[in-house]
Design a protein around this ligand. Structure first.
Ligand code: AMP
Length: 223
């Protein structure tokens, strides 16, 4: 199966996605995490992506699609793939639809998270992430030890593009370039599951597990 997490920055895609990985064993492909790893490693892709990311702009589609293809080809056939932060433009969605049949897959569902901008801005300002992609929030969901990941002990990072100057631009980019994907998937034979992202983490999780059970027949253990 292939499931896409769609929604604006700060809406909780990363948090809910990490939980699906931990509790259901899905494999998450988070393009933002892959790009940050490429930057840390100083690869050619990382260097090309840097300026776009720091400005809150999207990295060009061809770079993203090539990166996703490489990761998709490595996956075992039986795994469920959870895309987080991809696709982010209609051309990326079209490219995904063209490449999935080559690996015997299709998009089964889209979890669409929605929340008002005020909530997103507040969440993003408190967000701290581990290099492995676990997300904390200094106000709502702090780590047990300040500045360290509960699971790996890695140093938590305040992302450069989570600073207030860039957040407005990222929300604008979402509205203009990414939100057209909602009508794209509404028009496709894909289940679009609308999830309220502005509640407590547990409420959002309940929305996710209910939708997955009702729409895709996926039972999450303990939910
Ligand atoms: P994220 O961690 O998903 O918020 O992504 C951080 C940044 O990486 C974005 O603001 C973009 O600059 C870049 N990025 C991540 N995924 C994509 C994508 N699918 N298409 C274009 N740029 C992306």
């Amino acid at each position: 199966m292939v499931v896409i997490l769609l929604g604006p920055p700060g809406v909780g895609k990363g948090t809910q996605g990490a939980r699906l990985v931990d509790e259901v064993g899905w494999v998450r492909i988070a393009t933002g995490d892959l790009l940050r790893a490429a930057r840390r490693e100083g690869t050619e892709l990382g260097k090309r992506a840097q300026a776009y990311m720091d400005e809150g702009e999207l990295v060009p589609d061809d770079l993203i699609v090539a990166m996703v293809r490489e990761h998709l080809e490595k996956l075992d056939a039986g795994t469920t793939v959870l895309f987080d932060g991809f696709p982010r433009t209609v051309p990326q969605a079209v490219a995904l639809d063209a490449m999935l049949p080559e690996v015997g897959r299709k998009v089964d569902g889209v979890l669409l998270f929605e929340a008002p901008d005020e909530v997103l801005v507040k969440r993003i300002s408190g967000r701290r992430s581990s290099p492995e992609g676990r997300v904390y929030n200094v106000y709502f969901d702090p780590p047990k030890v300040e500045g360290k990941c509960d699971v790996t002990g890695s140093e938590l990072i305040h992302r450069e593009d989570d600073r207030p100057e860039t957040v407005e631009r990222r929300l604008e980019v979402y509205r203009t370039q990414t939100s057209p994907l909602i009508s794209y998937y509404d028009a496709a034979p894909t289940r679009v599951m609308r999830i309220r992202g502005d509640g407590e983490m547990e409420e959002v999780w309940a929305g996710v597990t209910d939708a997955l059970a009702a729409e895709l027949g996926v039972e999450v253990p303990g939910a």
